[in-house]
Design a protein around this ligand. Structure first.
Ligand code: APR
Length: 197
């Protein structure tokens, strides 16, 4: 499923983000940047020790990464050149600023990519695994924030493509539903029926 927003292609895919050949993938990390389970574990396993070494250097120099912020490292052995590590919110019921923190994680990740002159970015579904953010709510926050970022710059951004690489069908369908809702709200061009991935 794909749409064009501000001259940037926004695509939803079902798959394993560690296989994406893009300028950068985004990792849903924790503040310590020491790796973990889920997509964090998959990225460190596939990317090799260079990623963890770069993360350790960042934490030594700048301290732990606050939720909603983002930093960039090498992609190590991954097909992606870089990894942007961000920390999403842990879900505590929705009254502790979780939506704002989740929006910030997407926005800061895209800002880092643009600042580094990157053109293609792939996101996982941030916070909807171990951090427990309800999938349908997180998908709408994610897509609204990415749409806002891509429409924000005068004449769009330099980004060519933003992908969401969703690990399972349930997550893919939630993002497809959210993208339809966001697109209908703004009349975004090019929104075809969600093809079966
Ligand atoms: N490719 C794409 N998506 C993946 C992959 C993968 N290889 N592996 C897991 N996912 C998906 C999960 O299915 C979920 O939809 O990533 C989404 C986020 O789930 P988590 O990885 O559990 O991340 P999150 O909920 O943000 O929790 C982050 O978990 O692993 C720890 O160190 C991490 O403390 C941090 C916390």
């Amino acid at each position: 499923m794909e749409v064009v927003i501000g001259g940037t292609q926004l695509r939803l895919l079902q798959g394993d983000i560690t296989r994406e050949r893009v300028d950068t993938i985004v990792n849903s990390a924790n503040s310590g940047l020491m790796g973990g389970g889920g997509v964090d574990g998959a990225i460190h396993r596939a990317g090799g020790p260079a990623i963890l070494e770069a993360c350790k250097r960042i934490v030594r120099e700048r301290g732990r990464l606050p939720a909603g912020q983002a930093v960039i490292t090498t992609g190590g052995l991954l097909p992606a050149r870089h990894v942007v590590h961000t920390v999403g919110p842990v879900w505590h019921g929705g009254r502790s600023g979780e939506a704002d923190t989740l929006s910030s994680a997407y926005r800061e990740s895209l800002s880092v990519a643009v600042r580094e002159g990157l053109r293609t970015v792939a996101f996982p579904s941030i916070s909807t695994g171990a951090y427990g953010y309800p999938l349908d709510l997180a998908a709408r926050v994610a897509l609204r924030e990415v749409q806002s970022f891509l429409e924000g710059g005068e004449g769009g951004t330099p980004l060519e493509e933003v992908r969401f690489v969703l690990f399972d069908r349930r997550t893919y369908e939630a993002y497809a539903d959210a993208l339809s809702a966001v697109a209908e709200g703004k009349g975004l061009a090019g929104l075809g029926p969600p093809p079966k991935p």
